[in-house]
Design a protein around this ligand. Sequence first.
Ligand code: NAD
Length: 394
Amino acid sequence: MSEINDMSRRDLIELGVAGAAVAMASPAAMAQSRAGSSDGDKPVGFAIVGLGKLSQGQLLPGLTRTKNAKLTGLVSGDPAKAARLAVQYNVPAKSVYSYETYDRIIRDPAIEVVYIVLPNNMHAEYTIRALKAGKHVLCEKPMATTVADSEAMIAAAKAADRKLMIAYRCHYEPTNLAAMRRIRSGGIGKPRTVWTDMSRQANFSDPSDAWRVSKEMSGTGALADMGVYGINAARYLLNEEPIEVRAWASTDRSDPRFKEVEDLVSWQFRFPSGAIANGSTAFNSNGGMGFQVAGEKGRVVADPGCLYGGNRLTFGAPNGKTVEITEIDQFAREMDWMADVVRGRAPMVAPGEEGLQDMRLIDAIMQSIARDGATIKTDWGYKRAVDPAAVVDV
Ligand code: NAD
């Protein structure tokens, strides 16, 4: 697939698409880069840290479908679960670690990438420990629970001279890529508005949701868990950064889920181009995971747009055409991308700085809520280094 093939390198550069040169690298150049990498075609060994819902449901199965990434280690606090999954996924017992023995991965050359899939408040500690052990890190979203922790993770990656990538799976998902390319190619004219709604019903009795409504463990509840998709989407759909934010929250404090965190959070981002994004997220709503971008000439609607599968894209809605998308395992694609980054075959699309930008925006949203919707300036001068629409093919 890919409309990118219809766009020349010049078009992309004129559109200000960072990384266009990489996107248009010839197959020969890519092959040369591959030949130049010291480990050549050897699959990159991944250890998964935290064997909860996402790991068992998506990542371990995804690693059976990757081309360049291979499962070589497991880290868990539950020895019986780790042993069972090690047998199921063919991981040698010597590469199964507990949180106490985790730092010994430094002596395990089969592990090159550590994938952090723990509750949000544990991301920083386990990322920094892995970096100190000389491993590259792929860390789940949201990057951390605070801006300071996110900055410490980036500093640790720099100090260790290792890669730190944040797991924004939608950067590798065909519906999202097709939407981005439609917008970049001028298909909707000048973008004017974006809406994103990333909401669901949190189930307090599910241990996987229980920590998501803890302020300490999640950071900001639905905003950190689901809202971050909408924040990130508005930025990658428009390929620019918000300069101002206003936000409000609506939370029923008699609902036992919301003793510590907000439920519904809604925000507005104002962008330098004049576009305005309206985003919302909630743990007590059936809003789903959809987005729309409307421009002077047309619009793209992806509703749903950020699910694991079954996303639906329409150009020119409501009377537009549904775009045919060939679905892929976006988790496998993302892990393969990380493997290619490690081998020097692909540019980093979502470095720590990408995660930090979302963390700073989450912080700005919370500041605005605390000040009853006051405008918070967010023009920190961040510019994404590589546009996924320019480089990721599926
Ligand atoms: P989960 O609760 O199902 O799994 C977390 C794992 O961490 C569990 O195995 C749990 O035992 C372990 N853990 C270790 N110490 C813990 C502690 N003190 N308290 C609670 N659990 C502890 O969560 P999940 O849904 O797998 O989410 C893990 C991470 O992945 C989160 O950061 C989440 O935001 C992210 N996530 C991303 C996606 C995505 O699509 N990219 C989807 C789901 C979750």
